[in-house]
Design a protein around this ligand. Sequence first.
Ligand code: XIL
Length: 315
Amino acid sequence: TAHAAPLADGQAKFLGSAYSLHQAEGFADYWNKVSPENAGKWANMEPVQGQMDWAKLDEAYHFAKSHGFPFHMHVLVWGQQQPTWMKRLPPDEQRRAIEAHFAAVAERYPDLDFVEVVNEPLHHPPKGWSRDSGGYMDALGGHGDSGWDWVITAFRLARQHFPHAKLLINDYSITGSDKATQRYLQIIQLLQREHLIDGIGLQEHAFETTAKVPMEVHRANLDRLAATGLPIYVTELDIDGPTDEAQLQDFQRVFPVFWEHPDVKGVTLWGFRRGLWRDKHGAYLVREDGSERPALTWLRQYVESTAAHPADAPA
Ligand code: XIL
């Protein structure tokens, strides 16, 4: 691969990828926005309370900044990949630990572009995010009357600690379902009342609902989300490729729906080289010998062809 510049260079939308050491080679030939795949998850950063391991997140952050790419901090609050030591603490100490974590991240990385404050609120919880599971919903205020007090508290704290970053929420299997979109909008509107949210994240893993639901459903729900006035970011797109042809067809069917929506300001793939979490389903786009699979060659040509489309400046 010998491209001079990222795929979406000169485009008004970001085209990013999850970043990790095995996604580093060739990254800057294609993508122009960085989301750390695992390095920014609290369990990996602080496996033992008080002993921070910044090395991998530092590397991802400096990779982004040295290339001039925006850095998307994935993720502060999530019901998964959180430190197990948290569950042994009473809620008031959990709350102090959460604030200390936000403060430490903010201090170390002064110019985070995007901060994903809460990941998968519709899935982890509502059920099962107890202290037993390592969760800390109670420490953030629990459900409250709205059901989402813990999300609102997390965003209030994030606004204090990251006043210059764009604060995002993130979840999966949203646009493929009217009901899920409606529930997501309830949270988003609560956050908007306090000006706590700057963008809507959508994971869009094809194997969940993204490739299985008619594209018209996704378009209609993108429009509903866009009616909030907030920019939309596809944060984690991946499309399985049991064969080159199946992957190509799904890319051609799915990708333009998101890329061409005027309120979608960026699309981030959940990795592109072997070593992906969907490896055994063939979700990679670059073979081990460095050659492109057909879906990537198509994507490159397609994105170049959309350069003439009117598009807004990135948010
Ligand atoms: C995945 C990583 O890709 C894997 O390497 C890890 O083992 C598990 O997590 N939704 C998310 C991502 O928000 O953080 C997940 O990433 C994939 C699903």
